[in-house]
Design a protein around this ligand. Structure first.
Ligand code: KIV
Length: 273
């Protein structure tokens, strides 16, 4: 499949993402949860693929990301890895696998790396999980941080609205970003925070900052693939740009199939043995 705007056909590594930031080249990231979608996303030239725990919402229909398990994330990530040639594949560590203690966190991290073949992991949180982040890094596993709206903490926040609008929360976010960069994370996702704060963080820390609902003055963007393809028409946050209306395309195609089956026009004589 032809790629679009692929500046470099080599496999993307964490080092290459750093070079992109250093050279002022933007990083394009999307989620994927299955082999078929991952092949398309990778072939279209995305630099990094996130096997997000948003699989809990998108693939399984849960209201939050909390119910998805380690085994389920491993299944999704291994499926994605089989479909990817170029993009860096980052897998979310699911809720409950790294919040209890460092040993459990490292054990879960090792399992994901060993059983999926993905390139890196993403964890939500700042200084409160720093020891675990450090231990996972010490095991030789690249880690991406995730600050701002961290959906695994939705029950603590009580809302999916914009985070870090108040000075105290913004200051904590900046301190967390600094700590994650200093400990050795290769990148950071900032979700749903004021654009001006995200720009400040991206300016201050040396590692790539990937935004979702964090404005354009960061080093790259990530979106949930089903949302940007218009598969879920009821989800309309301000930050989301829809590049297709797959819901309409699929409904139309499936509707045609149903009527062809019902009126006997499918299969025709060329579609049989
Ligand atoms: O799980 C996910 O899809 C994510 C992105 C929203 C960044 O964490």
């Amino acid at each position: 499949m032809a790629g679009y705007l692929v500046e470099d056909a080599r496999k993307v590594t964490t080092r290459r993402l750093q070079e992109m930031k250093d050279q002022g080249r933007k990083i394009a990231m999307l989620t994927a949860y299955d082999y078929t979608t991952a092949r398309i996303v990778d072939g279209a030239g995305v630099d990094a693929i996130l096997v997000g725990d948003s699989a809990a919402n998108v693939m399984a229909g849960y209201q939050t990301t909390l119910p998805i398990t380690l085994d389920q994330m491993i299944y999704h990530a291994a499926s994605v890895v089989r479909g990817v040639k170029r993009a860096l594949v980052v897998c979310d560590m699911p809720f409950g696998t790294y919040q209890v203690n460092t040993t459990d966190g490292v054990r879960a991290a090792v399992r994901i790396m060993q059983e999926t073949g993905c390139d890196a992991l993403k964890l939500e949180g700042g200084v409160e999980i720093l020891d675990t982040v450090r231990a996972i890094l010490d095991a030789g596993i690249p880690v991406m941080g995730h600050l701002g709206l961290t959906p695994q903490s939705i029950n603590k926040f009580g809302t999916y609205t914009v985070r870090a609008k108040e000075e105290a929360e913004a200051a904590k976010l900046q301190a967390d970003a600094r700590a994650l960069a200093e400990v050795g994370c290769f990148g950071l996702v900032l979700e749903k925070i004021p654009a001006e704060l995200a720009a400040r963080v991206a300016n201050e820390i040396k590692i790539p900052v990937i935004g979702i609902g964090a404005g354009g003055q960061v080093d790259g963007q990530v979106l949930v693939v089903a949302d940007m393809l218009g598969m879920n028409v009821t989800f309309k946050p301000k930050f989301l740009r829809r590049y297709a209306n797959l819901s309409e395309v699929m409904t139309d195609a499936i509707g045609h199939y149903v009527s062809d089956v019902k009126d006997g026009s499918f299969p025709n004589e060329n579609e049989q043995y």
